[in-house]
Ligand binder design. Structure first.
Ligand code: UT7
Length: 321
């Protein structure tokens, strides 16, 4: 069977760092509260970097590591919901940046679930024999999506990008699952700030991310274990066979609760949210790149990725390194 093997990973995070003490200068919060409730210590915030530029940097690093010529890339998918421009889409900017002249590029918006859905979409193209080489990136500038006076949301997010390059090879097909529940959309919203005919004050107030934090927390803790079990069941693979569960990095307590529900040791749930906070669609590929560059993956290891977020959406997949 043909599947898309990861043959290169890359990431980019802005050098500008804001730690929890910096946040306490902006809103009524403190380092202890943020660490205890979320596990976050710092976040990287873009200065001049745009979303598509960060995606391009991450993509270039993934391509370089793979040793594959950019001209061989058939498709580029960028998962983002915070790109500064609606068009040209970030994927076309990435194409230009890395010289992938033969690729088709488009963006995919499924908030924090976006990268996993992009990865699954790419696998579907490869496993169907349509394309051989696909670059998937997740890139976000959450810093211009958030209200910097709202302590309930601004402490949670950061900026950055990650990317993987997939190449068709013989192997075990990726197993995937994905869901959404539009009725729960109001739990996590962010509006376009460029719409006409709106009352400006209302627009300003509502444009930033609005969130029912506890509602999203409960949703994630219920749905992530469910989708992992759904994927395992369809693959005939047991929980014990999974080397790592690479989850969307939103809150350490969510990941701990998922591990507990699955009765699985937390050491199999790598985390880097202490350093980068929640970079939405970029969390999973940034973590993948860090783990890869640390040499944590071995051929044939079984990995599960899962994301969840606005929509509400949630998705996952099981693949072999
Ligand atoms: O990618 C998906 C994106 N969304 C998420 O992942 C969100 C998931 N939810 C969460 O991570 C958590 O619900 C939060 C971190 C957002 C909040 O944690 P919590 O334990 O659910 O706190 P809470 O909302 O119940 O608030 C507890 C208290 C409140 O004060 P009172 O009413 O008890 O006096 C809040 O006003 O903490 C207060 N609070 C804060 N205090 C200090 C809320 N934010 C802050 C803050 N610093 N930044």
């Amino acid at each position: 069977m043909i599947t898309g093997k990861i043959c290169g990973t890359g990431s980019y995070v802005p050098p500008r760092v804001m730690d929890n003490d910096d946040m306490a200068k902006l809103v009524d919060t403190n380092d202890e509260w943020i660490r205890e409730r979320t596990g976050i210590a710092r976040r990287h915030i873009a200065k001049e970097e745009t979303t598509s530029w960060m995606a391009g940097q991450a993509a270039a690093r993934a391509v370089e590591q793979s040793g594959i010529a950019p001209e061989e890339i058939d498709m580029i998918i960028v998962a983002t919901s915070s790109s500064e421009t609606i068009y040209p889409c970030a994927a076309c900017e990435v194409q230009k940046e890395i010289g992938a002249v033969n690729a088709v590029g488009y963006d995919l918006n499924a908030a924090c679930t976006g990268f996993v859905l992009g990865f699954n979409t790419a696998q579907a193209y490869i496993q169907a024999g349509i394309y051989r080489t696909i670059l998937v990136a997740g890139a976000e500038s959450m810093s211009h999506m958030i209200d910097w006076t709202d302590r309930g949301t601004c402490i949670l997010f950061g900026d950055g990008a990650g990317a993987v390059l997939l190449r068709a090879q013989e192997g075990t097909p990726v197993r995937m699952a994905a869901h959404s529940d539009g009725k729960k959309g109001p739990a996590l919203t962010g509006l376009s700030r460029h719409r006409k005919d709106w009352d400006l004050e209302e627009e300003e107030k509502n444009a930033y991310i609005q969130m029912d934090g506890q509602g999203v927390f409960k949703f994630a803790v219920r749905k992530v274990p469910e989708i992992i079990e759904e994927i395992l069941e369809q693959s005939n693979v047991s929980l014990e066979e999974i080397n790592y569960f690479i989850l969307h990095q939103a809150n350490r307590r969510i990941i701990e609760a998922v591990a507990k529900r699955l009765k699985t040791d937390i050491s199999r749930f790598p985390m880097n949210l202490e350093e980068y906070a929640n970079t939405s669609a970029a969390t999973v590929p940034i973590l993948l790149d860090e783990m890869n560059r640390k040499g944590m993956f071995k051929e044939g290891q079984k990995l599960i990725m899962a994301g969840f977020g606005a929509g509400l959406t949630w998705a996952g997949c099981l693949f072999e390194w």
